[in-house]
Design a protein around this ligand. Structure first.
Ligand code: ADP
Length: 457
């Protein structure tokens, strides 16, 4: 005996062999197949229902016709015809003997008269409907009307043939039309896969899916895919540019370190000269360390789209951070004014906000003439933190560029004062973005700059 699981397995296996090839066929074929089967079954059901309805209607109408025709002859016996419209008529005398008329080939002439009753007779597979009625003007005679049953199905057969000829044409028309519509609708999908393949093979992010202005779901998908490719391309190009910039920035200190160390090895004759070379090497190493630290910090922040936030007392934070710069500012004869409204709290990442304050103040110290103002206040439900100076300012043209990575304006003052690497403001911008805040720059060349961050409270 087969076990339950064996029976299940046995029952499942033929099903599997059918579903596997279906699974492997394209969606277009599967949908087409599904609705072809569905429509064929539907049309077959409709045909059989209409056929049986038509058959019944036709039978009823032929019965009515024979009754009508026999009644007419009974009322007007002089209009008697033995065969008309596919119907046979016979006149019987009172002894049930046919005396006039025509009898169909397989019909028995001696069937007893049953007045006013529709009867059926079958012989050699042929079916007849017949009806008897007494002739109204001669009570000793009866008139019998006979009609072959196949006569009644002629219209039905015609209807059936018509349906059977039209249905396949209709099915072909529907299936082909549907197939073309689905195939056309799926064009964007094949374009998406071709484009994705081209991108994969050639690493070419400039490829886009050709689209038109259609608004259906698949065209929307293709457009979204294109937008995603825009983002991918720009971040790919961004990364590429970043790598080029990093290598470029690292090349200068590395070259200086190499040439200075080679010079020291070959030509330094005493400790003094060797110390000179070490000094240069040390400076460049510091620069490299700073550069690497900032790159790492920036990549860390850029890869974080969510950050840990907590409620911080921004007033206290600004006050403590600015304290660290008082001495440096004094040494350079810079007046550092700090105006902080008390008890301003925001939801933020404390370390990142410290980084922003440090960057803005150290830039201001580098580029100011003699004055820096740091302000924190709330206004119209916004919290504003600003750092301004009265230094060299930034030209209109450069105001958009300073946020780019490694960008440094090339004014001579910048070259003299700036020991930075051009990553500070990119970092500031990214942090501000992560806090859903915005940073605005107001600056005029030779008059100073104001960086203002606006947090929503
Ligand atoms: P860096 O490390 O060079 O300071 P940043 O990204 O912080 O890099 O700044 C980019 C450039 O923007 C600076 O090199 C400088 O030219 C300009 N800049 C930034 N802050 C100021 C400022 N307060 N005044 C004038 N120029 C500034």
């Amino acid at each position: 005996m087969l076990s339950k699981t064996q029976i299940k397995k046995y029952l499942k296996s033929p099903l599997k062999t059918i579903t596997t090839p279906i699974k492997n066929t394209s969606i277009i074929m599967r949908v087409t197949l599904w609705y072809t089967v569905f429509i064929t079954i539907l049309i077959a059901i409709l045909i059989s229902i209409s056929f049986s309805v038509a058959k019944n209607l036709s039978k009823n109408s032929i019965q009515q016709e024979i009754v009508q025709a026999v009644t007419n002859i009974s009322n007007n016996p002089n209009k008697f015809e033995d065969f008309t419209d596919g119907m046979f008529f016979i006149v019987y005398d009172e002894n049930n003997i046919p005396i006039q008329g025509r009898i169909p080939k397989d019909f028995s002439p001696l069937l007893p008269i049953h007045e006013n009753e529709l009867q059926q007779f079958t012989n050699h597979g042929k079916e007849y409907i017949f009806y008897d009625l007494q002739i109204s003007t001669d009570k000793n005679k009866w008139i019998r009307g006979i009609v072959p049953k196949h006569h009644s199905s002629k219209e039905v057969s015609f209807f059936l043939i018509l349906m059977l000829t039209i249905s396949p044409i209709l099915i072909i028309f529907i299936v082909y039309g549907g197939y073309r519509i689905i195939k056309r609708a799926f064009i964007p999908v094949s374009k998406i896969s071709t484009t994705a393949l081209q991108i994969k093979e050639n690493n070419d992010f400039s490829k886009r899916i050709p689209t038109n202005d259609k608004e259906d779901e698949l065209h929307k998908l293709a457009n979204t895919f294109n937008q995603m490719l825009d983002t991918l391309e720009s971040s790919y190009l961004h990364e590429k540019q970043f790598n080029i910039d990093v290598s470029h920035e690292l090349r200068t200190p590395t070259t200086v370190i190499l040439s200075e160390s080679e010079y020291g090895i070959k030509y330094a004759e005493n400790l003094e000269e060797a110390k000179e070379s070490f000094k240069v090497i040390n400076e460049q190493s510091h620069r490299m360390k700073k550069l690497i630290n900032q790159i790492m910090e920036l990549s860390k922040i850029e890869s974080n789209n969510t950050i840990h936030m907590e409620e911080i007392n921004l007033s206290e934070l600004v006050q403590t951070r600015t304290k660290d710069y008082i001495q440096t500012a004094e040494k350079k004869n810079i007046r550092l004014n700090v105006q902080v409204e008390n008890n301003i709290h925001i939801n933020a990442n404390q370390i990142m906000i410290e980084r922003v304050i440090d960057n803005l103040i150290s830039n201001a110290i580098k580029f100011t003439e003699n004055k820096i103002d740091v302000k924190l206040y709330s206004e119209n439900n916004k919290i504003k933190l600003s750092v301004s100076d009265n230094g060299i300012g930034i030209s209109q043209e450069n105001q958009n560029k300073i946020w780019n990575r490694f960008y440094q304006t090339d004014s001579s003052r910048n070259k003299n004062e700036n020991t930075g690497v051009g990553l500070g403001l990119s970092l500031v911008q990214k942090i501000v973005e992560l806090h859903n805040a915005k940073i605005i720059l107001h600056s005029e060349e030779n008059h100073g700059s104001l960086f203002e961050i606006e947090f929503s409270s």
